[in-house]
Design a protein around this ligand. Structure first.
Ligand SMILES: O=c1ccn([C@@H]2O[C@H](COP(=O)(O)O)[C@@H](O)[C@H]2O)c(=O)[nH]1
Length: 238
């Protein structure tokens, strides 16, 4: 059971150390998990992970590994060593995904730490059916996400990144506790921006989203803490 405080994962998409610190300070009573993507990871040379860990926060390392099995397994070992709570890789060949799971398990055992949650990226929430068609794909976003989720589960992943539109069906078909981590969350009052497969926080939770990944509606709000509060109120009753 995921407690409400952990359901919202705030994406710290900024290059500025001062913005990270301000956001964490204003949200630390309300938010337990922060997502670090390429921009902030590179800007801080990875130090932001240590900073968040020192504040007692959980880190979702969103670097979306996508490489050959040996390279992804090596990166997974580094993610375990860095003390992240969750990391992700693109859903790719089964062999590579299994190598990541095995590497993370072995490294966690060696270091005596808990294995981070390993999450597969299915189809980016900024893509719709039209984009997939242009890429030569014959499946709809929904169909492709389900196929990728099934493969990720077969590899032993803990869950997938998907849009909330697909969360319900994934949860229905899942065996055991398979997590749905959903970006593309847009409260009614927020701008859509570059996201195409979107849903409101309340509907996402109704659909079965375990985690809501939210960036700009919170981080670009005049008052980020008030924005989180509004979102918590919206999902509390669901
Ligand atoms: O399919 C995906 C995978 C990752 N993301 C990331 O989530 C956040 C969403 O931020 P917003 O500002 O709320 O749009 C961002 O860091 C993305 O890199 C995603 O949106 N979709």
């Amino acid at each position: 059971m995921i407690v409400l405080r952990e359901k919202i994962i705030v994406a710290l998409d900024t290059a500025e150390e001062s913005s990270v610190k301000e956001l964490v300070a204003s949200l630390e009573n309300r938010v337990e998990v922060f997502k670090i993507g390429l921009e902030q990871y590179l800007a801080s040379r990875g130090k932001v992970v240590d900073y968040l860990n020192s504040k007692g926060k959980k880190v979702f390392l969103d670097l979306k590994f996508h490489d050959i099995p040996n390279t992804m397994a090596a990166a997974a070992r580094q993610a375990v060593g860095h003390g992240v709570w969750m990391f992700n890789i693109h859903v790719t060949g089964l062999e590579g995904m299994k190598a990541v799971v095995e590497a993370a398990e072995t490294e966690a055992l060696k270091l005596g730490v808990k294995k981070p949650l390993i999450i597969g990226v299915t189809v980016l929430t900024s893509l719709n059916n039209n984009d997939l068609q242009m890429l030569g794909n014959r499946y709809s976003a929904g169909e492709l996400v389900l196929k990728k989720a099934a493969l990720a589960a077969k590899a032993g992943f803990d869950g997938v990144v998907c849009s909330a539109n697909e969360a319900g069906e994934i949860k229905q078909k899942a065996v055991g506790d398979f997590l749905t981590v959903c970006p593309g969350i847009r409260p009614d009052w927020a701008v859509k921006g570059d996201q195409k497969r979107i849903m409101t926080p309340a509907n996402a939770v109704k659909e079965g989203a375990d985690y809501l990944v939210i960036g700009r509606p919170i981080t670009k709000a005049d008052n980020p803490a008030a924005a989180v509060e509004k979102i918590i109120k919206e999902i509390e009753g669901v």
